[in-house]
Design a protein around this ligand. Structure first.
Ligand SMILES: Cc1cc2nc3c(=O)[nH]c(=O)nc-3n(C[C@H](O)[C@H](O)[C@H](O)COP(=O)(O)OP(=O)(O)OC[C@H]3O[C@@H](n4cnc5c(N)ncnc54)[C@H](O)[C@@H]3O)c2cc1C
Length: 388
């Protein structure tokens, strides 16, 4: 087997599969992707049927990045012939004095020329009678929001990477990384590989991978969970009748139309406890589930029903919840991305940015907010703010 490549991608979850695809468009057979488990495994962050994709974000930078995300998914859809984004429209709603101010979303979208509708409780309930809302609740509706079909998109990225000539291997943990001059050596139990540029997309294992380069970031890995409910009338929650939604308060809840399973899905954002990727378990947490059920019973009662199942999943959180997308300081031939618990919608675009950094050493957009050595990431015990 070929052992020397131009580019190696460490980790083939959401972001790494995206990077493998975009690199393969540039360099075909000079791309190797290495995954420690089987492809499509559920121990990381990126599997399940659905993730929310939206232009509605709290800063113009994220809104602009989200525009590029739709564009990147569009390229994948055209080249693969697979649909990976389903637009349902999205509702962000909250009490007028919510902890996550809707005004930051309004302002960011206005600054980027993104249209949205301001709706009061009555207007929301008129449009979607599935909601039961108090008078003090208001919402923003943005029609481009919807579902990024996570598992299907990952598969499409990898299938296209292979079609372009890339080699993807699974069940192969990377055990060490050595950078020397213009070469990176990647050690695995199956032997060593070398490359000119390494892309690290290790999700909850990021600190272990970066540790080989002497870097440790103040990341928190949390174990999150999502629940599918057998609603009495699942068709009321069909994607053409019900939007993706986010409750913009603390705690923050979010949910999806019926998609991929026989009923709608709902969850609490950043409601899980800190774990490590290697020692976490897969048992649902009853208290977290109770919070979601209580929220639904108050605001979307028809979405409740017997539990179809609860899936657990990991977030890799930076203290400011901003991404890391950067060349690793001191290691010019290594680039890295960390998703901060909201990156799936950007998986293809982040893959494209990683590919740009690896191939050209620069990116088409300013990535300084996502620098690996930004001040908060140099702190040992930084203040955390996961609500944005
Ligand atoms: C419950 C939940 C809901 C979410 N909802 C949304 C949402 O609605 N919208 C949104 O945009 N985002 C959402 N996210 C966040 C999003 O899913 C993640 O940010 C994104 O999937 C991160 O992908 P990743 O590639 O960084 O991590 P992963 O998918 O975990 O991939 C990392 C991969 O690297 C591999 N790896 C690690 N170390 C090694 C090694 N040494 N050798 C070889 N392979 C290695 C791992 O096995 C893994 O496959 C959600 C996340 C969760 C958990």
């Amino acid at each position: 087997m070929k052992r020397d490549y131009e580019y190696i991608v460490l980790g083939l979850g959401g972001l790494g599969s995206g990077a493998a695809y975009w690199l393969s468009r540039a360099a075909g057979a000079e791309v190797l992707g290495i995954e420690q488990f089987e492809l499509g495994h559920v121990r990381g962050e990126s599997q399940d049927h659905s993730r929310i994709i939206r232009l509605s974000y709290h800063t113009p930078e994220y809104v602009e990045l989200a525009k590029l995300a739709y564009d990147a998914w569009g390229t994948l859809e055209r080249e693969s012939g697979e649909q990976v984004v389903l637009k349902t429209g999205g509702l962000d709603f909250a009490p007028r004095d919510s902890k996550i101010p809707l005004d930051t979303y309004r302002n960011a979208m206005r600054a980027c020329g993104v249209e949205f509708e301001d709706l009061d409780a009555g207007e929301i309930m008129k449009r979607w009678p599935q909601f039961t809302l108090r008078d003090d609740i208001v919402g923003l509706f943005q029609e481009q929001s919807g579902i990024a079909m996570a598992a299907r998109a990952n598969e499409a990225h990898r299938t296209m990477a292979r079609a372009n000539g890339a080699t993807l291997i699974d069940d192969t943990p990377v055990t060490n990384i050595i950078t020397r001059g213009n070469e990176v050596t990647v050690e695995t139990a199956g032997g060593n590989y070398s490359c000119r540029k390494l892309v690290i997309a290790a999700g909850p294992w990021s600190n272990r991978a970066l540790g080989h380069l002497g870097i440790e970031l103040p990341l928190e890995v949390t174990r999150e969970q999502v629940t599918y409910f057998a609603a009495k009338r699942p068709d009321d929650f069909a994607p053409d009748r019900f939007p993706v939604w986010i409750w913009m308060d603390d705690p923050c809840f979010y949910g999806f139309p019926t998609f991929g399973e026989a009923g709608p899905k709902a969850a609490q954002d950043a409601g899980g406890r800190p774990v490590t990727a290697d020692t976490r378990d897969f048992e649902p947490e009853p208290e977290n589930l109770r919070g979601v059920e209580e929220f639904l019973s108050r605001h979307i009662p028809g979405a409740l029903g017997p539990i179809i199942h609860t899936k657990t999943c990991l977030y890799t959180l930076t203290p400011d919840r901003d991404f890391v997308i950067d060349t690793v300081p001191g290691h010019d031939n290594v680039v890295v991305a960390i998703g901060a618990g909201h990156a799936f919608k950007f998986a293809s675009q982040i893959g494209r940015l990683l590919s740009e950094l690896a191939v050209h050493g620069t990116s088409s957009i300013d990535l300084s907010s996502f620098a690996l050595d930004r001040p908060i990431l140099t702190m040992k015990n930084p203040p955390k703010n996961y609500m944005q």
